[in-house]
Design a protein around this ligand. Structure first.
Ligand code: NAD
Length: 486
């Protein structure tokens, strides 16, 4: 079962124990650009999940026993293969979910390779035992032991990058993996499986089960042989997974949605703030980290709004394969209807539509226009619910206290962006923001050694750097007596 996407061949079966496996049933996956079917994909059920978990369980002891140094060559080969196939990965993903081709080629897919390389290298350090404080002639020796089979569940907005962000540390730590990609974007996970095979990963170390969340995903997270669940997706799904994981007390890592504040103080570098504010429409707003609530100090509110409107009018929306495009389409018709529902309800609630609010009349399809609401009544849904589309709101504040009340007035706590030239103020405000990441005078800067995750409903736990290994490993303390034994 294969399909051709953007001139590249993609196997649409599962990948279990280094074999391609079909299912009796299939499901179609579509292109965000054309809305046409790109291929039919094997629809995993309990049967295929059981097979994949069994393969991963069988492969675990030997993979774990290799140690970080022994796993390194496999993972470095995988990272190199990803680098060598950046063009293929970018072309397939863009055709599928409509993300910008240039960004994908130049940054996103390369980050996928880096995710594998970085954690493979870091595992060398984590694998070492080290002595901690000596107490009463005894020494603590801390080791990071792999946990076993990990279930990795990913969303559709950046499927390849987010899967490698989990696969990298999970494999580097010595675990084996069953990856369940989102049903709207199943294809690049299959390319990753091709590369895992080519890199020589032993059978069962890396497996992919395709299928629906409520079917394959639910079976995977409920499996008693799964020792870790790392999930990126929405809050309602996380709640279902948490309840399933509770039955086996399986540890979970959740990276969920956001409704992040984008804070602009009057003393900011206005050019910088405007440039970054426009970036919140990146990936047509389908970015968990987007600062979708623009909070602007009242003394520059009018100027900021007018500048932002004139610049937003120049954003080029169109085919994501064209280099000049900065805003592409939404992922599916279902998602577009959801986004439009938020927009219509915001209008009904009395918010002022500054621009956008509809599908582009010239482009049609899934090209929802960048949208901005001002004068949004307190308590309106658009101020608190994640739209996950190109829809921002703008509000003004006149004091730090008012700003903090607005900024933290959501169930989410994923990120915050803050623009001011006053570092003392930035530090003061940052310390009071409830967010996993605060960007001061920047956006989207990522360092794999830093913790990443969300507070409140935006997630549970942190990944990145040693935090990834804290999650993917069973941390063991061996205390031994120094000197003479008796
Ligand atoms: P989703 O929750 O609908 O689906 C995510 C994944 O979970 C998919 O693979 C889906 O098949 C699977 N799934 C669905 N039901 C399941 C179940 N019962 N058991 C197990 N798996 C199940 O989310 P989505 O619409 O694909 O993604 C959008 C969401 O992801 C947004 O809320 C966004 O903010 C969030 N997101 C967060 C981050 C982050 O790093 N914090 C990054 C990207 C996206």
């Amino acid at each position: 079962m294969k399909t051709i996407i953007a001139g590249r061949e993609v196997d649409t079966r599962h990948f279990i124990g280094n074999e391609r496996i079909s299912s009796p049933q299939t499901f179609p996956a579509h292109s965000a650009i054309t809305e046409k079917e790109l291929g039919t994909v094997a629809r995993g059920t309990q049967t295929e999940v059981d097979m994949a978990v069994a393969a991963a369980k069988a492969a675990f002891p030997a993979w774990a026993a290799l140690g970080a140094q022994g796993r390194l060559p496999y993972l470095e080969r995988l990272a190199h293969l990803i680098e060598s196939r950046v063009e293929d990965l970018a072309a397939v993903e863009t055709m599928n979910n409509g993300s910008l081709l240039e960004a994908s080629r130049l940054r996103v897919m390369k980050r996928g390779a880096h995710n594998i390389h970085f954690f493979a290298q870091m595992a060398l350090e984590m694998g070492k035992c080290w002595d901690t404080e000596a107490a009463k002639n005894a020494v603590n020796q801390v080791s990071y032991d792999p946990a076993g089979v990990t279930a990795l569940i990913t969303p559709w907005n950046a499927p390849f990058m987010l899967s490698t962000w989990k696969v990298g540390p999970a494999l580097a730590a010595g675990n084996t993996v069953v990856l369940k990609p989102a049903e709207w974007t199943p294809f690049t996970a299959s390319l990753l499986a091709d590369m895992a095979l080519e890199a020589g990963l032993p059978a069962g170390v890396f497996n992919v089960v395709q299928g629906f969340g409520a079917e394959a995903g639910a079976a995977l997270v409920a499996h008693k042989d799964v020792k870790r669940i790392s999930f990126t997706g929405s809050v309602p799904t996380a709640k279902k997974i948490a309840s399933s994981a509770a039955q086996n007390l399986t540890p979970v890592s959740f990276e969920l949605g956001g409704k992040s504040p984008f804070i602009v103080f009057a003393d900011c570098d206005l050019e910088l703030a405007l440039f970054n504010a426009l970036d919140q429409y990146d990936n047509c707003g389908q970015v968990c980290l987007s600062g979708t609530r623009l909070l602007v100090e009242d003394s520059i509110y009018d100027q900021f709004l007018s500048e932002f409107k004139s610049r937003a009018a120049n954003l080029i929306q169109g085919d994501p394969r064209e280099a000049k495009t900065v805003v592409g389409p939404l992922v599916t018709r279902t998602h577009l209807d959801r986004v439009d529902g938020f927009v219509q309800r915001a209008k009904q609630a009395g918010a002022t539509l500054e621009f956008g609010g509809q599908v582009s009349p010239t482009l049609g399809g899934l090209y929802y226009q960048p949208t901005l609401f001002s004068h949004v009544p307190d308590g309106a849904e658009i101020l608190s619910s994640e739209v996950f589309g190109p829809v921002l709101t703008i509000q003004k504040f006149s004091s730090e206290a008012e700003l903090l009340a607005l900024a933290n007035n959501t169930e989410y706590g994923l990120a915050a962006m803050l623009f001011t030239k006053d570092q003392a103020k930035a530090t003061r405000i940052s310390s009071q923001l409830v967010a996993g990441t605060v960007w001061q005078n920047c956006f989207y800067v990522r360092d794999l050694s830093a913790p990443f995750g969300g507070s409140k409903q935006s997630g549970i736990g942190r990944e990145g750097g040693h935090w990834s290994f804290d999650f993917y490993c069973d941390i063991k303390n061996t205390m031994h007596r120094k000197g003479t034994f008796y």
